[in-house]
Ligand binder design. Structure first.
Ligand code: DC
Length: 213
């Protein structure tokens, strides 16, 4: 079973993806990390973030097991990732890796921006997770503060809005809900409530598939 989860920055999609993967015993790929790692490799090489050829080479050279999660999850890397993610050639260079992960025999949970629309358009379960920009900024500020990072709410809210705009407006694989996605607004939900709602959506889909199959 493939579960495709998409949504904007800090919507809670990563947490939901992890919880659903653990619940169903499936491997999980946070595809945002691929774009973050690509941007990180460019910065480490001292290249500008608009160097398409270097970004494509960095994307092709990614090795999942070498990811330094803590460094990749910083605010700076989220912003840099959003810039390299707007390059069609970088996105193309990362398609096989993502589809390879999704084609494991047991299935997989992938989360990102274009999983249900581009990477796994045939996924039987698609969830699009949203929350208001203010709620997402508050959550991100708490998360960063817990890690001892700079967590000024106004700056984070501006980051969230800028990234929403860039991720949604790009012409290639923009942030967009698939037509058959279950829409889950987590603005007024805590993690437990959001997980229950997501799980119910998955189970409804599975029951329907069993009935039809
Ligand atoms: O989910 P995240 O915040 O870790 O993602 C970082 C950036 O990577 C995000 O601003 C847009 C980009 N991204 C993307 O374009 N497509 C994906 N499938 C995942 C992330």
């Amino acid at each position: 079973m493939i579960i495709a989860i998409d949504g904007p920055a800090a919507s809670g999609k990563g947490t939901l993806a992890r919880l659903l993967a653990a619940h169903f015993g499936l491997p999980h790929l946070d595809t945002g990390l691929l774009y973050r790692a690509t941007a990180c490799a460019l910065l480490d090489e001292g290249r500008p973030l608009d160097d398409v050829a270097a970004a494509v080479a960095a994307a092709r050279g990614l090795a999942l097991r070498h990811f330094d999660d803590t460094r990749l999850r910083t605010r700076e890397m989220g912003e840099a990732a959003s810039l390299v993610a707007a390059m069609p050639d970088v996105r193309a260079a990362l398609i096989d890796l993502q589809r390879g992960f999704a084609s494991r025999p047991e299935g997989a949970v992938l989360d990102g921006r274009d999983i249900g629309t581009v990477i796994c358009p045939d996924a039987p379960v698609k969830i699009f997770v949203t929350a208001s920009a203010e709620t997402r900024a508050r959550r991100r500020a708490l998360e960063l503060a817990a890690r001892g990072e700079n967590a000024d709410y106004a700056g984070i809210l501006a980051d969230v809005r800028r990234r929403d705009e860039r991720d949604s407006a790009r012409s290639f694989a923009p942030l967009q809900a698939a037509q058959d996605a279950f829409m889950l607004d987590t603005t007024d939900l805590d993690i437990e409530q959001a997980f229950r709602a997501a799980l119910e959506a998955v189970e409804r889909k599975l029951a329907l598939a069993r009935k039809l199959g």
